[in-house]
Design a protein around this ligand. Structure first.
Ligand code: NAP
Length: 301
């Protein structure tokens, strides 16, 4: 088993990373670093520099929000450690390019994870669409920010991405399953008057693909992508965990998202390879560049 250190013991570390690591034969959770969070029975550091100096743990998985993440990743790579990044892989595209350069020069693995790409129906949709032309598509990604990010003000601060924090999950699936490149043609972004990031976004891409992201959804939560070709329809439901092709349920993968991410990291390490794809984040950056902005009602948790 490979020792691994988890950094940023918050919601996603506790909900997904710790159970996935504990359930795997590949990994041994050897330490955590967090200013306040801990995991029962695991040596806990509050200072990352001290952990790097005192413990020779070869793999670091960073579960921090995107803005503080670059400094941690750069230190880990400089210390010769292999690194996993939660999504989105950084606050800016350029900082992730820098990390790629650093990792390549240091000869270490860098894995920019996209957990939604590992959702159980995504591979089936990708395989079906591989030799087809998508002519239209609709993404509906509507959830309640109070439920999924309770009290997390960083999502509304600069660099926190707002509704693109979940929306980028849909874009990570879209860019995985599409057989050809698309680009953003227009966007409308809704910013609460007291916040720095959008709470809703409507996007129009080439190939007739549209996306509606909204963080004000109460009741049923909707994470759906429908893609049409001339003769076929592919639906990814439940955040990509179901795939329906021409009204028939497709066979899906048997690994959940986070176990699949850690499985992939183990394989990257074995091959000495990296995996960094910034295409979902490019669409978000384009939306922030091209999007019309409208001010909406103030939002408080
Ligand atoms: P979170 O709970 O707010 O933050 C994770 C931890 O990061 C915090 O507990 C905090 O630990 C540490 N942290 C926060 N700000 C920091 C700073 N400025 N400097 C150093 N450490 C800091 O966030 P999360 O929901 O787990 O999200 C973390 C990442 O996972 C995000 O990129 C998010 O997009 C991704 N993600 C989240 C979800 C979800 O459902 N929430 C799902 C999938 C992916 P300490 O205060 O103890 O240091």
């Amino acid at each position: 088993m490979t020792p691994i250190c988890l950094v940023g013991i918050g919601k996603i570390a506790v909900d997904q990373h710790v159970p996935a690591i504990n359930a795997s034969d590949d990994w041994d959770l050897a330490a955590t670093v967090s200013r306040s969070g801990t995991v029962d029975g695991i040596p806990a550091f509050t200072n990352f520099d001290r952990m790097l100096a005192e413990r020779d743990i070869p793999v670091i998985s960073l579960c921090l929000p995107p803005v503080p993440r670059f400094a941690y990743a750069a230190k880990a790579i400089a210390a010769g450690r292999q690194v996993m990044l939660e999504k989105p892989p950084g606050a800016t595209l350029a900082e992730v390019h820098s990390l790629q350069d650093m990792a390549a020069k240091a000869g270490v693995t860098l894995f920019a994870t996209w957990h939604s790409r590992m959702a159980r129906g995504v591979a089936a949709a990708k395989a079906f669409l591989a030799d087809k032309t998508v002519t239209a598509g609709q993404i509906t990604w509507k959830e309640d920010v109070r439920r999924w990010h309770p009290g997390q003000d960083w999502v509304f601060e600069a660099g926190g991405m707002g509704v693109f924090d979940p929306g980028i999950n849909a874009l990570s699936i879209l860019t995985e399953v599409l057989p050809a490149q698309i680009h953003l043609q227009s966007a409308a972004l809704s910013f609460p008057e007291n916040r720095q990031t959008p709470i809703a976004a409507d996007l129009t891409f080439s190939s007739g693909i549209t996306a509606a992201f909204d963080w004000r959804q109460e009741g049923d939560q909707i994470w759906e992508i429908t893609l049409q070709t001339e003769d076929d329809s592919v639906q990814l439901l439940d955040g990509g965990n179901r795939c329906v092709i021409n009204a028939h349920e497709a066979e899906i993968s048997d690994l959940d998202e986070y176990p699949a991410l850690y499985d992939h990291m183990a394989k990257l390490l074995a091959r000495g390879a990296s995996d960094v794809d910034l295409s979902p984040m490019i669409h978000v950056a384009d939306a922030m560049t091209l999007g019309r902005r409208e001010m909406v009602e103030a939002f408080d948790f």
